[in-house]
Design a protein around this ligand. Structure first.
Ligand code: IPM
Ligand code: MN
Length: 355
């Protein structure tokens, strides 16, 4: 099979972790006889520095003609500390989501036996937790307008908007994923207070009967925030709107024991993007210490979701599990006191795959 990729390393540790994921992708492609071609493009603070735009047209054009996008991270402290900057790296991410129609962000949460002791939660609570957060990604408060400030600067406002079409699309996706899993969907909203949430719940109640083998559960977001920590094993597929999903998925990442382990796939109308859920970790940039595994696991999702190549995806997962068991990992998850560098972990994974 021919695999055409756009490679968007972005900022901070992005280039280092994407290189590892790309090397792993190359090794898997070679092993299974696929032809890989790829091109690099700019996004984020580095794109602003070089072109003035956080998601340049050339980057968009490359993404549009690629089968899948492998993405690192964006963000730079020089923008975080300057709230009045007119152009910000995050705008590039939002523009990419909107322009590529990345409506569903899939964040699988599962545990790794050898990392259970890293979780701040009790091992018996998290051991075996395995659920999937589906976060709506191109609507809600992130994109609703009007957004801004009153003339005197003393009042600010955001608008949360959802259309029936947007809600139906993501709910159908959630029910379909649940059909391939343990057949349970939890629709998370704040329907007791918020109008868009009431639309979500109404549409979910209309759609649920079309999936009679799936159990549908409705949960308010505040309650969900508690249940994710208290009883993570009760979830199978959790679906929610953009801002709730942003918050709940960071929370869910602690179950794993490290934010450096969680991959994601953003399913798009035009093409899909695969990226770790963690950010650009600027303190570690250039030090060759960042954990590349979330990005490597994102490459596994890429094989599975973008190309329907399941064996390839599971070989990557197997390699990651083997490196965890061998404790051949970076400092954030290392137990034996001998942390490996980002590139060493990458080389180990490539050897395992070639093996
Ligand atoms: C994420 C990030 C982004 C978001 C930021 C960087 C805009 O936190 O992908 O979860 O809020 O969506
Ligand atoms: Mn986030």
């Amino acid at each position: 099979m021919q695999l055409n990729l756009a490679i968007l390393p972005g900022d901070g540790i992005g280039p280092e972790i994407v290189e590892v994921a790309l090397n792993v992708t190359k090794a898997v492609a070679e092993k299974f006889g696929h032809t890989l071609s790829y091109e690099y493009a700019l996004v984020g603070a580095c794109a602003i520095d070089k072109t003035g735009a956080p998601y340049p047209d050339a980057t968009h054009a490359l993404c549009m003609k690629s089968d899948a996008v492998l993405f690192g991270a964006i963000g730079d402290p020089k923008y975080d500390n300057n709230p009045s900057a007119k152009v910000r790296p995050e705008q590039g991410l939002l523009k990419m989501r909107k322009d590529l129609g990345l409506f569903a962000n899939i964040r699988p949460v599962s545990t790794f036996a050898s990392l259970l002791h890293k979780s701040p939660l009790r091992a018996d609570l998290v051991d075996g937790a395995d659920f999937m957060c589906i976060r709506e990604l191109t609507g809600g408060m992130y994109f609703g307008r009007p957004q801004g400030r009153s003339e005197d600067g003393n009042t600010a406002y955001d608008t949360c908007v959802y259309t029936r079409e947007e809600v139906e699309r993501i709910l159908h996706l959630a029910f379909k994923f649940a059909g391939q899993r343990r057949k349970k969907v939890t629709v998370v909203d704040k329907a007791n207070v918020i109008a868009t949430s009431r639309l979500w719940r109404q549409i979910a109640q209309e759609i649920a009967p079309q999936y009679p083998d799936i159990e549908t559960e409705y949960m308010f977001v505040d309650n969900a925030a508690m249940r994710i920590i208290q009883w993570p094993k009760s979830f199978d597929v959790l679906v929610t709107e953009n801002l709730f999903g942003d918050i709940l998925t960071d929370e869910a990442s602690v179950i794993t024991g490290s934010l450096g382990m969680l991959p994601s796939a953003s399913i798009g109308i035009h093409t899909s993007v695969f990226e770790p859920i963690h950010g650009s970790y600027p303190q570690a940039a250039g030090k060759n210490i960042a954990n590349p595994l979330a990005t490597v696991l994102s490459a596994a999702l890429m094989f599975e979701y973008a190309f329907n190549l399941m064996e390839e995806g599971s070989l990557i997962r197997k390699a990651v599990n083997a490196s965890l068991e061998a404790d051949f990992v970076t400092e954030d998850i290392c137990s034996n006191g001998q942390p490996r560098t980002t590139t060493e972990v990458g080389e180990w994974l490539v050897k395992y795959i070639q093996g």
